[in-house]
Design a protein around this ligand. Sequence first.
Ligand SMILES: [Zn+2]
Length: 158
Amino acid sequence: MYFLKFLFSLQPLYKNVFSIHETANTAPGTTAFMHSNYVRNASIPTSCHFTVDDGKMSYQHLPTYETGFHTGDGSGDGNRNSIGIELCVNSSGDFSKTRRNAAVLVRKLMQEHQILIYNVVTHNHWSGKLCPANLLNQFDSLETRLWIQRYQFQMMKK
Ligand SMILES: [Zn+2]
C-alpha cells in the first residue's frame, strides 16, 4: 500500500486507478442518461467520471483529470487518484449487458491511461461501502478479472 501511495504521489494529475460502482437505483428507466443528468446537477455533492448502462452509449460527466467525489474517502487516494465508473442497476435494464459494456469501457480506458488490471478496484475497497453490491462478492475472483480481460483479448484480436 505504501508503494502504491508513493506511485500516486508521483502522478498527481493522472489518475491511475478505476473505482467501480453501481448506481444502487433500481427504479425502471434510471439509465446512464438519467444518471448523467443527475450527477451533473451542481447541488449534488457526488460526482463520478462515467456511467454505463445496457445501451450503446456510455456517459462521461467529468474529464478524467478532474477529481470526482465517489469513493467516500474525502480527499483520500480513492477520490484523488481514481476514475469513477458507475454501472446502472435499473430494473428495466439488462445487467449482464451493462456489465459487458462496462468491461469494454474499462478495457478501452485501461489502454488509454496505461492502467493495469490490478488497479481496477471497487468503491468498497476505499471506504467499505457495499458498492458495487451486485459485483462485490465476485469482484476479486478470477471470474471478474477475466470478464475484463476476456474483452481485452477480444478487442486486441480485432
Ligand atoms: Zn459506489
